[in-house]
Design a binder for this molecule. Structure first.
Ligand code: TRP
Length: 347
C-alpha cells in the first residue's frame, strides 16, 4: 500500500529465502565422478536446488583425515569434482558451492564441538570401527580420523542446516551431529537446530565387469564418455550367463545389461524388453544396443555441460571462490553467535 517497489522487492526476496529450509551436504574430493556417483548423490542434489536453500561443498579437510600423506592432487581433484557437479546441473546462482578449506570457520567450530563431544561417542561410530578394521593401506590411527564426524557436525551446523541429504552410510554421522547439538545447546543456549538426514535412495550401479561400479575397480561409466566409448563399454558388459544361444529364454533379473537399462528408460519400455528376453524374442546384443542408446541420450546434456566447463576451468575456479566467499559470510554470522554464547567474544 503505497510502498515504493524498490523497497518491496528485496524484502520479498528475503522472505522467500527465509521460508526455504536449508540443506548442507559435502563430498570428499575424489576427482572425476562416474555414473554411479551421479545416480547416487549428485542427481539428488540437483533436484533439491528448487526446493531448498542449498550449501554444497568439497570436504577437502575430510580427505585430509585419511589421505594426509599425499595431498598433491587435492586441488586438482576438487576442481574436477566441482566441474562434474556443474555438468550435472548444480547451479551456482541457486546453490552455494564452496570449498571447505576456504571457510576456516569450520575448523574453529570443530574445536568448540570437540570440547563437548565425549570420546566414547566417537569410538562407537560404526564407520569408524569398520574402517579401522578394514582399511589397511592407510594409517587411520590419527587424531583427525577419530574426529571426522565432529568436523562433519561443524560443516552441517555452520549453516544451521535443517536437512542433510546423505546416503545410508552417513546417517550415523548426522545422528552424532544431533547429539553434539543437544549437548552444545544445553551448555550454551539454543544456537543450533537439530539437523535431520534426508535419506537418498542410491541405486547401486553395477560396473562393466559385474562388480559394484567403483573407480578403484576401473569398471566405471564416466559422465564424459563419448557415444563410442559408451557403446564399447556396454558391449563388454555381462548378460545372463545361462543364456548361451539367442533361442534360449533369458533371465533379465540376472542380467547386468537388463538391470541397468531399466534405470534409464520408462518402466513400460523395460518391461517390454524383459518380456522379449524371457521369451527369446530379443537377443542380448539388441538389449546392449538399447542400453547404449539410452545412456547416450541420458548423458548428452551432462556431457555437453561437462565439455563446456572443462574448456573453461577459470569459470569453475571463479564459481568456487565466489561460493566460498558467500559461505564465509554466513559462517561469520554463525561464529559470532557461537562466540557470544560461549563467552569468547571480545568485540
Ligand atoms: N562424510 C561425508 C562422506 O564421506 C562427506 C561430508 C563431509 C559431509 N561433511 C559433510 C556430508 C557434511 C554431509 C554433510 O560422504
Amino acid at each position: 500500500m503505497g510502498y515504493p517497489l524498490a523497497e518491496e522487492e528485496p524484502y520479498q526476496k528475503q522472505n522467500i529465502k527465509m521460508a526455504k529450509k536449508r540443506i548442507v551436504s559435502g563430498m570428499r574430493p575424489t576427482g572425476k565422478l562416474h555414473l554411479g556417483n551421479y545416480e547416487g548423490a549428485l542427481k539428488n542434489w540437483v533436484r533439491k536446488q528448487d526446493q531448498y536453500d542449498c550449501f554444497f561443498f568439497v570436504a577437502d579437510w575430510h580427505a585430509l583425515t585419511s589421505d594426509y600423506a599425499d595431498t598433491a592432487r587435492f586441488r586438482e581433484n576438487s576442481l574436477a569434482m566441482v566441474t562434474d557437479w556443474l555438468a550435472a546441473g548444480l547451479d551456482p546462482e541457486r546453490a552455494t558451492i564452496f570449498i571447505q578449506s576456504l571457510v576456516p570457520e569450520h575448523a574453529e567450530l570443530h574445536v568448540y564441538f570437540s570440547a563437548v563431544t565425549p570420546l566414547g561417542w566417537l569410538e562407537r561410530v560404526p564407520t569408524y570401527k569398520e574402517q579401522r578394521e578394514n582399511i589397511t593401506d592407510k594409517d587411520l590411527g590419527n587424531y583427525a580420523f577419530l574426529g571426522y564426524p565432529v568436523l562433519q557436525a561443524a560443516d552441517i551446523c555452520m549453516y544451521k542446516a535443517d536437512y542433510v541429504p546423505v546416503g545410508l552410510d552417513q546417517v550415523a554421522h548426522v545422528e552424532l551431529t544431533r547429539e553434539i547439538v543437544r549437548r552444545f545447546n544445553n551448555f550454551y543456549g539454543d544456537i543450533f537446530p537439530e539437523p535431520e538426514s534426508l535419506l537418498t535412495e542410491t541405486p547401486k550401479l553395477t560396473g562393466t565387469d559385474g562388480r559394484k561400479m567403483s573407480k578403484s575397480y576401473n569398471n566405471t561409466i564416466e559422465l564424459a564418455d563419448t557415444p563410442e566409448m559408451l557403446q564399447a563399454k556396454v558391449r563388454q558388459m555381462i548378460t545372463d550367463r545361462t543364456r548361451v544361444r539367442r533361442s534360449d529364454p533369458g533371465h533379465p533379473e540376472a542380467c547386468d545389461v537388463c538391470q541397468m537399462h531399466r534405470l534409464f528408460v520408462s518402466k513400460e519400455v523395460a518391461d517390454q524388453y524383459d518380456a522379449d528376453c524371457r521369451e527369446a524374442r530379443g537377443g542380448c546384443v539388441d538389449r546392449k544396443k538399447a542400453l547404449a542408446d539410452s545412456l547416450i541420450t541420458y548423458l548428452a546434456p551432462v556431457t555437453e555441460r561437462l565439455n563446456y566447463y572443462r574448456a573453461h576451468p577459470d569459470e569453475v575456479h571463479d564459481i568456487v571462490i565466489t561460493g566460498s566467499k558467500r559461505a564465509r559470510e554466513e559462517a561469520g554470522r554463525t561464529m559470532a553467535d557461537v562466540r557470544r554464547a560461549m563467552n569468547l567474544s571480545w568485540v
